[in-house]
Ligand binder design. Structure first.
Ligand SMILES: Cc1cc2nc3c(=O)[nH]c(=O)nc-3n(C[C@H](O)[C@H](O)[C@H](O)COP(=O)(O)O)c2cc1C
Length: 241
């Protein structure tokens, strides 16, 4: 089953024109991001705008030499941020509580909702974006590079710039795979196979299952990233026993 679209289709952009954004554009986009809903009014996120070229080059390297990280007019790092609100509590001498799991949960939600709104706003004025999860490959060095205090965890990068390509909207799994009625329904082998077929166009080899395996199967990149992320969670105050 498909549904009539409401919004213009989103596409990640990985080729950017060498053209800066107009003065004040990033501030406008982040102001839009700030209108996102936020749990407990906490606004538990920060964006670090990377202006320094040497820093940007190092982040591109850490992210697996992704050329679009260098080419985009702007590069932001979206962070979960529990640090800033602790400064507010301190104004009245209140000690912050101990809630690493809950804090991580809500700060990731806040940062993600804000970033999605930023992406929507960027696309609405003709800009292109792509999220960069590759920053996790060098998460510990990134914390040093951006001088992030305890309570601030980098989540993903975001390239923003003028599109230099017009990719077609990339496929998604069936609506029925993600929409459940009242209770969770298990994906049947037939529906799983149909999803793999639907996603074939996103891969060069036409095999989405193999792409997923490179990330999520035993020995995949998710497992590779796990030790450094756990250390980063510990260092930034988001770990628990
Ligand atoms: C958290 C996150 C991390 C991502 N990391 C990368 C990345 O490191 N490099 C990249 O080129 N695309 C990255 N992407 C973009 C996805 O590959 C892209 O959204 C997906 O292939 C679907 O394509 P579409 O956005 O054009 O619909 C990331 C997306 C998300 C949400």
């Amino acid at each position: 089953m498909s549904a009539d679209p409401i919004l213009a289709p989103h596409r990640s952009i990985r080729m950017f024109r060498a053209e800066p954004l107009a003065e004040g554009t990033i501030e406008r986009l982040v102001a839009e991001a700030q209108r996102a809903p936020t749990d407990a009014t906490g606004q538990m996120y920060s964006f670090v705008r990377v202006l320094d070229r040497a820093r940007r080059r190092r982040i591109a390297e850490l992210s697996g030499d992704q050329q679009h990280v260098l080419d985009a007019a702007e590069f932001l790092v979206a962070c979960a941020d529990l640090h800033r609100l602790e400064r507010v509590l301190e104004l009245d001498g209140r000690a912050p509580g101990e809630y690493p799991a809950t804090g991580l949960h809500f700060a990731v939600i806040d940062a993600t909702l804000a970033t999605q709104r930023l992406i929507d706003a960027a696309e609405a004025i003709g800009l292109g974006t792509v999220c960069i999860g590759g920053i996790l490959n060098g998460v510990e060095e990134l914390i040093d590079l951006l001088v992030l205090p305890r309570g601030v965890l980098p989540l993903f990068g975001l390239c923003v710039g003028w599109p230099g390509e017009e990719p077609v909207a990339r496929p998604r799994v069936a609506l029925a795979s993600v929409l459940h009625a009242d209770t969770y329904h298990e994906l049947t082998p037939e529906a799983a196979a149909a999803d793999v077929a639907a996603m074939a166009a996103i891969t060069r080899s036409g095999d989405w299952s193999s792409v997923l395996a490179r990330y999520f199967a035993v020995g995949g990149t998710m497992e590779e990233r796990e030790p450094a992320l756990r250390r980063a969670l510990e260092r930034q105050g988001f770990a628990w026993q």
